[in-house]
Ligand binder design. Structure first.
Ligand SMILES: Nc1nc2c(ncn2[C@@H]2O[C@H](COP(=O)(O)OP(=O)(O)O)[C@@H](O)[C@H]2O)c(=O)[nH]1
Ligand SMILES: [Mg+2]
Length: 447
């Protein structure tokens, strides 16, 4: 008869597998910090640390935020729908939009045990009208760089605002970064028109926007609607874009090659930048019965996921399959760090400014602020007094003018009355003379 062996505890199992010997120090090295490195001869359990981390991360979920920048109708929404294999109900945008806006959609996606909170942001009304920049250049934006067109400033502002929200949370006394809705943009796809501007050149707006954005976000340039250009043209255009980016010293994102596991793949993926992409929301059934995402033309079909037809698969591999974490990491460690440094310097905080030093700094900032406020108030008061005095002077001058005019009118009136009196007097005298003459004439006649 089989008897069930009593259930062993995990500890007992581990002890059996790795009989606990005395921890023997095999080797003692003294590293630069003077801390010895010990080699254990028995199982301790540290090796489960990566699994604990994976479990924790999976449980907590991930956040990935992507932004698409490009003209209306360039295929931004279609590409996102193709990349994530789902319908995004973005409000359609027309070319008549009077300003540049950023529209976003947030959703949760799951693959296996991994849950990702995905935020997709796309520009609406960007680069549509030539006069839009002029018309709105007067509107204030946070990003103060007057030489940068308004449309570009709105987008950089958006990226900075997400950093600012994170910084505010980070500086709170009671902060909760683990559950903070982190909206910092991890990847920005910049859509370049397949025809370029003039003979396969980048538009000035594209150059400036990419230059400013690449200082704050991981910019990945893509040639939109690649099915509308022929292969040779695309090869030349890619080369031209890279030359222009280099010429303007614009550093778009390069997939990292410092990690052995992804070095080769990323080296190949970097060579394809800017990716020539095609997107589609339609599926076509091929002769072999397979349904593929494609664009249908009278002469045939362009398959989105066919590497012979476009770089879509490579883009998906680069951004979503191999480098999501590298994009998130660079956003936090390099781009946000630079933003944070700039902002703390603006606040006049230096390295090691904590505790008393921080209080000093804050007091300094406060008194600086008060001083600036007092100066501003003084300036406003002086301006007010100056304006009141000016107004008073003007009123006085007007009053004097009115008085003079009044005096003149009165004098004229007096003069007129005098003239009329004299005229009446003269007329009365003439009348009297006439009457006397008539009477004497009549008396003479009667005689
Ligand atoms: N030829 C071609 N047309 C595309 C491509 N992607 C999108 N379109 C079409 O371009 C139009 C605008 O697409 P949409 O994604 O709404 O552009 P968005 O304004 O940039 O979001 C639609 O009619 C799409 O079918 C593409 O890769 N090639
Ligand atoms: Mg759209």
């Amino acid at each position: 008869m089989l008897t069930e062996s009593p259930k062993k505890s995990l500890n007992e199992e581990a002890d059996e597998q790795y009989p606990l010997k005395e921890i023997v120090v095999d080797e003692i090295e003294t590293d630069t910090g003077g801390v010895p490195t010990l080699k254990l001869n028995g199982f301790v359990g540290f090796d489960s640390l990566p699994y604990q981390l994976v479990e924790k991360c999976n449980e907590h979920g991930f956040q990935f935020n992507m932004m698409c920048v490009g003209e209306t109708g360039m295929g931004k929404t279609t590409l996102m729908e193709s990349l994530f294999n789902m319908k995004l109900e973005f409000e359609p945008c027309n070319h008549e939009l009077k300003t540049v806006e950023l529209r976003s959609k947030t959703c949760e996606v799951s693959e296996g045990n991994v849950h990702v909170k995905l935020k997709i942001v796309e520009t609406a009304g960007f680069g549509d009208q030539l006069d839009k920049d002029k018309r709105f250049s007067e509107r204030p934006t946070i990003f103060k760089e007057p030489s940068v067109p308004f449309s570009a400033r709105v987008i950089v502002d958006y990226v900075n605002e997400q950093f600012e929200k994170y910084l505010i949370e980070e500086l709170k006394v009671k902060r909760c970064l683990a559950y903070f809705d982190d909206t910092r943009i991890h990847a920005c796809l910049y859509f370049i028109s397949p025809t370029g501007h003039g003979p396969l050149r980048l538009k000035a707006l594209d150059v400036v926007t990419m230059r400013e954005l690449s200082k704050r976000v991981n910019v990945i340039p893509v040639i939109a609607k690649a099915d509308t250009a022929c292969k040779d043209e695309l090869v030349r255009f890619k080369r031209k874009i890279l030359d222009e980016l280099r010429g303007h010293n614009i550093q778009t994102y390069q997939f990292p090659t410092d990690d052995d596991t992804v070095r080769q793949a990323n080296q190949e993926l970097n060579k394809l930048i800017p990716y020539a992409i095609v997107g589609s929301t339609d599926f076509v059934t091929k002769d072999n019965g397979k349904s593929v995402r494609a664009r249908k033309y009278p002469w045939g079909i362009v398959e989105v996921e066919n590497e012979e037809h476009c770089d879509f698969v490579k883009l998906r591999e680069a951004v979503l399959r191999i480098n999501v974490d590298s994009l998130r990491e660079r956003t936090h460690n390099v781009l946000y760090e630079a933003y944070r440094r700039d902002r703390l310097r603006e606040m006049k905080l230096g390295d090691g400014d904590a505790g008393l030093k921080m209080m000093e700094s804050l007091q300094l900032r406060q008194s600086d602020y008060k001083e600036r406020n007092a100066q501003q108030e003084k300036k406003y008061k002086e301006e007010f007094v100056r304006r009141v005095e000016k107004k008073e002077e003007e009123l006085k001058r007007r009053e004097e003018m009115l008085n003079t005019r009044h005096r003149e009118v009165q004098e004229k009136f007096q003069l007129d009355v005098q003239t009329l009196d004299q005229q009446i007097q003269t007329l009365m005298e003439e009348k009297y003379k006439l009457e006397t003459r008539t009477l004497t004439g009549k008396k003479k006649d009667r005689k």
